[in-house]
Design a protein around this ligand. Structure first.
Ligand code: SAM
Length: 285
């Protein structure tokens, strides 16, 4: 049985700048709002006109394209902002959500400063797709973009993130994944790691394990395609259980289990649901 799709909301978008997410591999991941904006906007600013041209061809949309990358001179952004005062200007990147390890930050900042309305048309984003399927704590995560290419800089970046009590999310490339995993294995041999590859595509996979086991796997089977690398937070065991109980007991003096768990989670970085279960136990003692 074929299902009726909801109709695309009618209406020409108001003037302004529209930040439009596009698919990260599976062309079906374009949203109805994105299609509406793309077919009615007066101009599309994009990283690579050939890449965006292909997407528009697939959607059967003809539009004016203007190249915009991080190296564009300020006059190009000023012109786009000027056009967004009287018409809808869309900003697209090659794939996924613009500004997420992609150009657009300066344009958005300057458009807002100029009083131009900036509207998000959300959709696919590899970092979010990765965190959604990795099975690592998702209540708190830190997106850290691409790791540096050089060994020393990569190590320093990782060391700078050692204390972060959250899942770390990186973008990575297939040729570099093994070296990055080896660097992580050296610093954090115990942590749970996930490699989410080719998300939304035919050969999507998400492999989990220690960094050393994943490095061994990818050294033996060099991967292809695009990768999100996720590293679980420091072990909860680092905070002694007795201390956690003391913190929870103190918090339970003037708060219910939910609020107490929230407060201790904030202070320690320990998963809130684990703390909530323990707070219920302590309250029942
Ligand atoms: N703006 C995009 C987004 O919203 O995800 C990211 C652009 S960034 C230049 C490209 C990186 O995103 C790739 O090197 C890879 O790390 C990640 N990526 C993009 N598509 C992906 C996919 N289908 N599967 C896994 N990672 C992907």
């Amino acid at each position: 049985m074929t299902r009726e799709l909801p109709s695309i909301p009618p209406g020409i978008p108001e003037p302004g700048l529209y930040i439009v997410a596009t698919p990260i591999g599976n062309l079906a991941d374009i949203t109805l709002r994105a299609i509406r904006v793309l077919e009615t906007c007066t101009l599309i600013a994009c990283e690579d006109t050939r890449v965006t041209g292909k997407l528009l061809k697939h959607l059967g949309i003809k539009a004016r394209l203007q190249r915009l990358d991080d190296h564009a001179p300020p006059e190009v952004r000023a012109r786009l902002i000027d056009q967004a005062r009287s018409g809808a200007v869309a900003l697209l990147s090659d794939a996924g959500t613009p500004l997420i390890s992609d150009p657009g930050y300066r344009l958005v900042r300057e458009a807002r400063a100029a009083g131009v309305t900036v509207t998000s048309i959300p959709g696919a984003c590899a970092a979010i797709a990765g965190i959604a399927i990795a099975g690592l704590p998702s209540d708190r995560f830190l997106f850290a973009g691409f790791l540096p290419v050089k060994d020393k800089a990569r190590r320093e970046t990782l060391e700078g993130l050692a204390e972060v009590a959250a899942t770390l999310v990186f973008y990575e490339t297939a040729p570099r994944i093994t070296r990055s995993l080896l660097a992580i294995a050296e610093l954090w041999p115990e942590r749970e790691v996930a490699v989410a590859r080719e998300l939304t595509k035919l050969h999507e996979e998400c492999r989990t394990g220690t960094a050393a086991s994943l490095a061994a796997h990818y050294a033996a089977h060099p991967p292809k395609g695009e990768i999100v690398l996720l590293v679980g937070p420091p072990a909860e065991a680092e905070a002694p259980v007795a201390d956690v109980d003391a913190l929870l007991r103190a918090a339970l003096d003037d708060a219910g289990p939910g609020k107490a768990a929230g407060q201790v989670a904030k202070a320690t970085g320990i998963d809130r649901t684990v703390l909530y279960a323990r707070a219920l136990e302590l309250k029942g003692e």
